[in-house]
Design a protein. Structure first.
Length: 173
C-alpha cells in the first residue's frame, strides 16, 4: 500500500503544466455541473425540496477535485490507445456522488422506486454511505492512474513475447 501511494505521489509530481491546468478546469466544470444540478449552488433553473445537509458540501468539493485530477491523468503528450478500468471506476464514483449530494426526493429514480415518503425514509439515510463510496472509488481510480504514470505494467502476453524475442536473439549470436 505504501509503495502504491508513493508511486502515485511520484506520478503527481511528474505532471506537466498542461495536466495541472486540465485538472483545475475539469474540477471547476465538474463542480459546477454537480453543484448546479443538485442545487448546492442556488440557481433559478433547478429546485430542491429538501435543504442540503452539512456533509453534502465536502463530498461535492472533494469528488469534483479528485474527478478533475482523474480527468487530467488522461492528458498525454503522446497519443495512447489503451483501455483501462480506472476510468470506469472513476465514472462510477462520480455518478454515485451525484446521487449522494442530490435531494432525495428530487431524484427521479428514487422517487419512482420508493415514492416520496420512501425516498425520505430509505434513500436519504444511505446518502452519506453513497458519498463515502464516491470518494473511495474516485480516490482509488486516481491513485491507480497516477501509479500507472510511473510504473507501467506490461500485459502478460506481451511479457511472454518479449522473452521469446530475447531467447531467439541469444540463439542467433
Amino acid at each position: 500500500m505504501y509503495r502504491t501511494v508513493n508511486f502515485a505521489w511520484l506520478g503527481l509530481r511528474s505532471w506537466t503544466r498542461r495536466q495541472v491546468a486540465t485538472a483545475i478546469i475539469a474540477s471547476v466544470i465538474i463542480g459546477l455541473l454537480i453543484g448546479l444540478a443538485t442545487v448546492l449552488i442556488p440557481n433559478p433553473i433547478f429546485a430542491r425540496d429538501i435543504a442540503p445537509v452539512w456533509w453534502n458540501y465536502p463530498v461535492w468539493i472533494f469528488t469534483s477535485v479528485v474527478t478533475g485530477m482523474l480527468v487530467a491523468t488522461y492528458v498525454r503528450d503522446e497519443p495512447t490507445v489503451r483501455k483501462d478500468r480506472q476510468g470506469t471506476v472513476g465514472v462510477v464514483g462520480g455518478f454515485i456522488a451525484w446521487f449522494a449530494v442530490g435531494c432525495p426526493v428530487c431524484n427521479k429514480l428514487a422517487l419512482l422506486a420508493l415514492g416520496y415518503s420512501g425516498a425520505i425514509t430509505y434513500f436519504a439515510p444511505i446518502q452519506p454511505i453513497l458519498g463515502i463510496a464516491a470518494l473511495v472509488l474516485t480516490g482509488i481510480a486516481l491513485v491507480w492512474r497516477l501509479k500507472g504514470q510511473v510504473v507501467c505494467s506490461i500485459p502478460h502476453g506481451q511479457r511472454a513475447a518479449n522473452r521469446v524475442e530475447a531467447t531467439s536473439e541469444n540463439i542467433q549470436v
